[in-house]
Design a protein around this ligand. Sequence first.
Ligand code: TGC
Ligand code: FAD
Length: 392
Amino acid sequence: MKPDLFQAPDYYNLDELLTDEHKLVRDAAREWVKRDVSPIIEEYAQRAEFPEQIIEGLAGIGAFGPYIPEEYGGAGLDQISYGLIMQEIERGDSGVRSTASVQSSLVMYPIWKYGTEEQRQKYLPKLASGEWMGCFGLTEPDHGSNPGGMTTNYKDMGDHYLLNGAKMWISNAPFAQVAVVWAKNEEGRIHGLIVERGMEGFSTPETHNKWSLRASATGELIFDNVKVPKENLLPNKTGLGAPLGCLDSARYGIAWGAIGAAMDCYDTALRYSKERTQFGKPIGGFQLQQKKLAEMITEITKAQLLTWRLGVLRNEGKATSAQISMAKRNNVDMAINIAREARQMLGGMGITGEYSIMRHMMNLESVITYEGTHDIHLLITGFDVTGLNAFK
Ligand code: TGC
Ligand code: FAD
């Protein structure tokens, strides 16, 4: 793979909207990605293997629980710093950002928000340091966009719960020590349970043959009469709103992350357009190539502004789920379109692993599907503006 010459586009001087702390956090993540992710990621993606050696570095830049209080091992940062970390990681690879998103927003967040003090003390510091990795089981083979239909369930056996069912498409599942699992009780109410590797009847077979997110490990969670200790139930929020609350935090991070992938594709195509000569001049001198680049930087700038504003609203506790949906949908769509255009600008070289664009493009096919598909987010916005629910 070519050396990482990335230069971040900032067309509207957005740096002026960031505090010194934001820039410090962002630059540390940027440097780490350049040093520890860019040189190895293509090889791991080609081999469809998660690079486990980067876990320590992810913890080091505060990617595991950026906004979780320091008393639990988190970085205690604000929402914009969290977003900037996700942007920089996804600039390297969406699969690496997935690992961090799941650990922070889908495992640490529910334990922090819905767990007991004992659960926080037991799990959060180990998850923040990367000593333990976690995964989040919501999706099932027959219930993806409609998680409320889940059939995974548990029964109260007096001194423990008995868990049965299966989850599918679970990021980090093959190596996670801890799984936050959503299951229905005997009354059909959804609760979160912490399931640990090693519990009898719990297995995590890996999902193979993915053409997307190849450097991220994906698997199933199978529960065959798993005895879960009663103290592993998350008591402080129940119902579908509990997992959906975690998704708000993860979708917000993805909105920032997608900008990172788009910036990398744009920056690569811009540089290539000045170096690659055809018909006696750099291809960047042709109007059709300039149209692509001009539209890319315009869309990136709009997404940066949208996301920065969303970060301010999140810091003030005012961002709605529908606003987060809009940013996730817009930014991932923006990134995938930029990846497709940028790939074409590199001609034949665009399909090789010499450049990051094709990997980003394939990764974004997962990002546009998980955490709510493109169409599901459109319907969430549609519901929000009309008051009419297309899901019922
Ligand atoms: P609905 O009746 O609308 O809502 C049920 C309850 O949930 C509340 N709620 C929310 N709460 C917090 N945050 C949100 N975003 C919420 N959205 C809804 C709602 O108020 C209600 O509460 P209550 O108290 O009245 O019961 O539910 P519905 O069944 O009609 O579904 C709505 C829909 C379709 C929007 C929802 O199911 C949905 O978002 N579906 C998409 C599923 C999804 O995003 N799955 C993601 C799985 S995890 C994943 O993909 C991880 S990838 C990780 C990585 O690698 O990065
Ligand atoms: P379906 O729900 O079957 O949707 C199929 C199509 O139908 C989509 O285009 C969808 O938009 C459309 N559709 C569905 N309902 C409607 C409707 N009402 N109106 C119009 N169109 C509709 N899940 C987890 O729980 N944890 C994870 O860690 C996780 N990681 C993932 C990692 C990867 C790589 C992938 C690919 C997925 C992951 N997921 C995870 C699952 C992901 O959230 C689901 O794939 C996603 O929610 C969509 O569900 P589905 O694949 O079952 O598609």
